[in-house]
Design a protein around this ligand. Structure first.
Ligand code: ADP
Ligand code: ZN
Ligand code: MG
Length: 487
């Protein structure tokens, strides 16, 4: 495809709506007691229900519903007091029932939003609906062997609980789509609804894309792009699809409503099939499940158990700890980081210093080791303890920077290491005085100069004392002591 001139591209406005599937972090499947654990040998986490055997009946998982409700509330949706499961019928080798149990005209929740910020501008992306459904199994294409082609079916994933989150066509660029998915992932991870691990397929995204002339009222015809299993691919696929549609229209063609597949190798989207519409699925209410009813009191309990959401936490960090917006962003990036920072701040009694240590030295050391903060060998209590030692004048900032890597390798507390290695600041004036006297005796020339009026020489003498004390003297105390002795 030729690359399109920027002024031609600028004539058009992209319109994007996303459909995101999220695997809920339940221990068991949505309609049976089989485990959802990842990586088990093929077809071992299965039973008559998730194998779709005749006569087996589904029983809805309470935990899955609670996680679905939490997600809906975190996305500012209205949770419907009554929702209905529906059969979505289609044939596929990894769908043993011959239908998916989903929700159709009465979903779990509707009408929410996610706030995103792109290039400094804040914007709300509407959430049309959140509904619950079960996942299909997996087909594994094994290529050729014995001059035949093999495809295997693994039904471990069959019956895994999902929510599908559908956005309004509110997104206007690939950057906005990227920002939306980033926020969505952060929110869902905060409320621990899902790990959102894209590599494991716990977060999967399809994009609906159309373009229209800027200023036009009516939306253009959309194409659906599937298989966007990383943030980078989402952006690449959208950019490619937007260009493809503009090129098509500019050369007299028309966009057809279809499903396209993003090809990771070529960076292009290719037509997969014509878009199926609702009637192709022959939806009807699932006869084996009663309507799902969510009472006010159940919802209130779930709401009260939910943690603070990232946006609120960001605001609070700026207020409560006087952090910059940037620092608040970094420190609320994950719930674990935020918790770690808050504990460090509480123990140390100095939030600014805590922010600097968490984002600076600690982050650098963890990165070097390839360790995540959740498994940091330095606990928040211990980092707070280190900062406190500086504030109390027991160690210098310089010594603290030397102690931190030792805390990382040993897991010990700062004062334990300082004690063991004799790194505490010398607070005993007798000991300090002795070093000062020695330095004065060893540097007659500089002492002479100082007494002769060259005040700046004091810095050299302080330096000598610091060196002799292996950095353990308090420079301010040394300065005072020296001046007292040199008059
Ligand atoms: P369908 O009936 O084809 O499934 P929906 O109206 O249910 O279409 O919308 C599915 C998704 O496509 C939603 O995320 C919606 O925001 C998005 N969408 C709808 N119309 C357009 C359009 N013209 N351009 C881009 N996205 C669209
Ligand atoms: Zn099962
Ligand atoms: Mg639809």
């Amino acid at each position: 495809m030729p690359s399109i001139a920027p002024d031609l591209m600028a004539k058009y406005e992209p319109v994007i709506g996303l459909e995101v599937h999220v695997q809920l972090a339940t221990r068991t499947k949505i309609f049976c007691g089989c485990p959802t654990s990842f990586g088990a040998p093929p077809n071992t986490n299965v039973c008559p229900v998730c194998l779709g055997l005749p006569g087996a009946l589904p029983v809805l998982s309470r935990q899955a519903v609670e996680l679905g409700i939490e997600a809906a509330l975190a996305l500012h949706c209205t949770v419907n007091p009554k929702s209905i499961f529906a059969r979505k019928n289609y044939f596929y080798p990894d769908l043993p029932k011959g239908y998916q149990i989903s929700q159709y005209d009465q979903p779990l929740a509707e009408r929410g939003f996610v706030e995103v910020e792109v290039e400094g501008a804040k914007k709300r992306i509407g959430i049309t609906r959140v509904h619950m459904e079960d996942d299909a199994g997996k087909s594994i294409h094994d290529g050729f062997r014995d001059s035949s082609r093999y495809t295997y079916v693994d039904l471990n994933r069959s019956g895994t609980p999902l929510i599908e989150i559908v956005t309004e066509p509110d997104i206007r660029s690939s950057d906005e789509a990227f920002a939306f998915l980033t926020q969505l992932k952060q929110i869902l991870q905060y409320v621990e609804v899902s790990s959102c691990d894209m590599e494991k397929g716990h977060l999967r995204c399809d994009a609906n894309v159309s373009v229209r002339l800027r200023g036009a009222e009516k939306f253009g015809t959309k194409a659906e792009v599937k298989n966007l299993n990383s943030f980078r691919f989402l952006k690449m696929a959208l950019d490619h699809e937007i260009e493809r549609q503009v090129d098509l229209i500019e050369t007299g063609g028309r966009v057809t409503q279809e499903t396209r597949l993003f090809n990771v190798e070529t960076g292009e989207t290719v037509s997969m099939r014509s878009k199926e519409s609702a009637h192709d699925y022959r939806y009807f209410p699932e006869p084996d499940l009663v309507p799902l009813r969510v009472s006010e009191s159940w919802m209130a309990r779930i709401r009260s158990d939910m943690p603070e959401l990232p946006a609120a936490r960001r605001e609070r960090f700026i207020e409560q700890y006087a952090l910059t917006e940037y620092n608040a962003d970094v420190l609320t990036a994950t719930r674990v980081t935020g918790d770690y920072f808050e504990k460090t701040a509480a123990v140390s009694g100095d939030a600014r210093a805590a922010a600097n240590w968490v984002m600076g030295d600690l982050a650098a050391l963890l990165k070097e080791q390839g360790t995540e903060i959740i498994e940091s060998p330095v606990s928040a209590e211990n980092l707070g303890g280190l900062i406190k030692l500086i504030a109390q004048g027991k160690i210098s900032g310089k010594i603290a920077k030397e102690i931190l890597p030792k805390m990382l390798s040993s897991g010990d507390a700062a004062d334990v290491i300082a004690e063991r290695e004799g790194l505490h600041q010398i607070s005993d004036t007798g000991a300090l005085e002795k070093i000062v006297d020695e330095v004065i005796a060893a540097n007659p020339k500089q002492v002479e100069q100082y007494r002769g009026g060259k005040q700046t020489v004091i810095a050299f003498l302080v330096g000598q004392v610091m060196k002799a004390s292996r950095g353990q003297a308090d420079p301010a105390a040394v300065n005072t002591l020296l001046k007292g002795k040199l008059v």
